[in-house]
Design a protein around this ligand. Structure first.
Ligand code: AMP
Length: 288
């Protein structure tokens, strides 16, 4: 496995792989790799000849007061994990390499999709994500790029961005990998205290319960949202609800009725850990 700090090294290695006739797969991450990331690496390894992983904690997707400085960093374990999971090239650029002039002048904004769900309380987040993903896709120029359904809104936005901007890449989304008790794996789970960690699996349980209820009875969305909120308040009192929404899985617009495919998504803060999770009902190929 080659480790590259510089953009020029990535371009050179990918060009060599391409001239040998191989397909290129790319998994962008912020590191602190866990089994959710490794699923993406394994899928890329199974589908592509040359596998590139990036680890870059992108400052432009963190808002003021968010956890940029505290974001977990485990570089040695990440290196070993990439080696063991079929990575050919690990790209770990510095902030200066990615943003040599500081904040970029050009940004990729997604004013509608990016304002919904997580965007309501993180208004600059998805522009930061789209800008860095565009830069990374331009640097690596992969045939396929891999994203997790755990960040459902991000996957919807990246697909839309690639379509809108004619980026020549196939976006692949992979299922959410969970702890045995149902908690979605996340680098931010490391922030949880033992008691918060004990309560956090309630998020997955309420989502599955709500999905089951929708499949069975199609109740109005407002009633389902209320039931989810109430259950979180009772069973996970250390959690502070950021949002609970039931939306169309493609436009992310709120729905009132549930007689059609829906995405149920939530964000809940446990201390400094802001956890997100989601599930879908009847959305073809998008069961999380
Ligand atoms: P991050 O390092 O948090 O930016 O995540 C990098 C990629 O891994 C994103 O595409 C995430 O959606 C994906 N990912 C994170 N957690 C999980 C998980 N539990 N299951 C599947 N994919 C995940």
């Amino acid at each position: 496995m080659q480790v590259a700090r510089r953009i020029a090294e990535v371009r050179e290695a990918v060009a060599a792989a391409r001239s040998a006739g191989g397909s290129v797969g790319f998994v962008p991450t912020m590191g602190a790799l866990h089994a959710g990331h490794l699923y993406l690496l394994d899928t890329a390894a199974a589908e592509c000849d040359f596998r590139v992983v990036s680890i870059f904690v992108n400052p432009t997707q963190f808002g003021p007061g968010e956890d940029l400085a505290a974001y977990p960093r485990t570089p040695e374990a990440d290196l070993a994990a990439c080696r063991e999971h079929g990575t050919d090239l690990l790209f770990t650029p510095s902030v200066e390499e990615m943003y040599p002039g500081g904040e970029p002048e050009t940004v990729v904004s997604v004013p509608n999709l990016g304002a919904r769900l997580c965007g309501a309380n993180r208004p600059t987040h998805f522009a930061g994500v789209c800008t860095v993903v565009t830069k990374l896709l331009n640097i690596v120029q992969p045939d396929r790029a891999y994203f997790g359904r755990k960040d459902f809104q991000q996957a919807v936005i990246i697909r839309r961005m690639v379509e809108d901007l004619n980026v020549p890449v196939e976006i692949r989304t992979c299922p959410t990998v969970r702890e045995p008790d149902g908690l979605a794996m996340s680098s931010r789970n490391a922030y949880l205290s033992p008691e918060q960690r004990r309560q956090a699996p309630v998020l997955h349980a309420v989502l599955e319960e709500a999905a089951e209820r929708i499949r069975r009875d199609h109740p109005p969305a407002a009633r389902v949202r209320e039931a989810i909120r109430r259950k979180i308040e009772v069973e996970a009192p250390l959690g502070e609800i950021d949002y609970v929404e039931i939306v169309d899985p493609w436009t992310l617009r709120n729905v009132e009725q549930t007689h059609r495919p829906v995405l149920i998504a939530l964000a809940v803060r446990f201390g400094r850990a802001r956890l997100i999770d989601n599930t879908t009902v009847d959305a073809p190929g998008s069961r999380a």
